[in-house]
Design a binder for this molecule. Structure first.
Ligand SMILES: Nc1ncnc2c1ncn2[C@@H]1O[C@H](COP(=O)(O)OS(=O)(=O)O)[C@@H](OP(=O)(O)O)[C@H]1O
Ligand SMILES: Nc1ncnc2c1ncn2[C@@H]1O[C@H](COP(=O)(O)OP(=O)(O)O)[C@@H](O)[C@H]1O
Length: 240
């Protein structure tokens, strides 16, 4: 077997595999449940000489994923747009994966029950990983309520290229904003399983960035974006 072939074999209820692009000789990764197993056999990783380093050099930035999580109405999309604009003005290429928008296409077959949300996050994580591999700063903005699902996405990325941003806004603020009227419907029992009302949200335990109110005041979109940009700058993502 060549060093570029994925080595996949079953091991009780988990698989072990050696798989590019994080490939290191002898590196073995334990993965999660059977649900993540591929149904396809006889598949091989196809490599190309032109890789992420060359694309990053071209763009003078480092590909990564900025993953924004929080309740509906917490300001995820607002931050994503503001961040993307700020990066654009600095000549940095980003792309937003917004939960609401993805549910109009790629994830249109998914609802809001737990396994659908998990699949929604898994697919988005895979797409985000591709964008990061393309050299872009991928901004994913989804409620992503379950810690384990977010951690699974983090584990998909090499090094520490997953930057988790927690929109730590009180439910009362999100509910008062209610731009789509969904909290009102959820309180009236017209939407079942609404995050924060009758469906859980698990806050991150170790996120890279937390956005929260300061003395009861929410930072402006510009300030929120500035916090993320400063982080990216400090960690060297905005140069190559
Ligand atoms: N039951 C329920 N719970 C939460 N949210 C709901 C629900 N039904 C519809 N919506 C709308 O869907 C948007 C969230 O989609 P996501 O893909 O980000 O959700 S998740 O990550 O899979 O939990 C969310 O958008 P945001 O308000 O931007 O978060 C809502 O507009
Ligand atoms: N920093 C902020 N300051 C004031 N209003 C905000 C801020 N962030 C978001 N909003 C407002 O709150 C509402 C919800 O924001 P949105 O970005 O759509 O949240 P989410 O994507 O998490 O559902 C919108 O009406 C938006 O204009």
């Amino acid at each position: 077997m060549s060093s570029h072939s994925p080595l996949i074999y079953h091991h009780t209820n988990t698989i072990r595999f050696i798989h590019p692009p994080n490939f290191l000789p002898g590196k073995t990764i334990e993965t999660v449940s059977m649900a993540t197993l591929s149904n396809a056999t006889n598949i091989f990783w196809q490599d190309c000489q032109l890789g992420k380093p060359e694309r990053q050099k071209l763009l003078n930035q480092k590909g990564c994923v900025v993953w924004i999580t929080g309740l509906s109405g917490s300001g995820k999309s607002t931050l994503a747009c503001s961040l993307s604009s700020e990066l654009h003005s600095r000549g940095k290429l980003s792309y937003i994966l917004d939960g609401d928008n993805l549910r109009h296409g790629l994830n249109k077959d998914l609802g809001f029950k737990a396994e659908d949300r998990t699949e929604n996050i898994r697919r988005t994580g895979e797409v985000a990983k591709l964008f990061a591999d393309a050299g872009l700063i991928c901004v994913a903005s989804l409620i992503s309520p379950y810690r384990r699902d977010r951690d699974t996405c983090r584990a998909m990325l090499p090094d520490s290229n997953f930057i988790e941003v927690y929109m730590n806004m009180p439910l009362s603020l999100c509910e008062a904003r209610d731009p789509k009227g969904l909290y009102k419907l959820a309180r009236a029992g017209k939407i079942k399983g609404f995050t924060g009302i009758d469906d859980p949200y698990e806050p991150p335990l170790n996120c890279e960035i937390e956005i929260k109110e300061d003395s009861g005041v929410c930072p402006t979109p510009y300030v929120m974006a500035g916090k993320v940009v400063s982080y990216l700058e400090e960690k060297g993502y905005l140069e190559c």
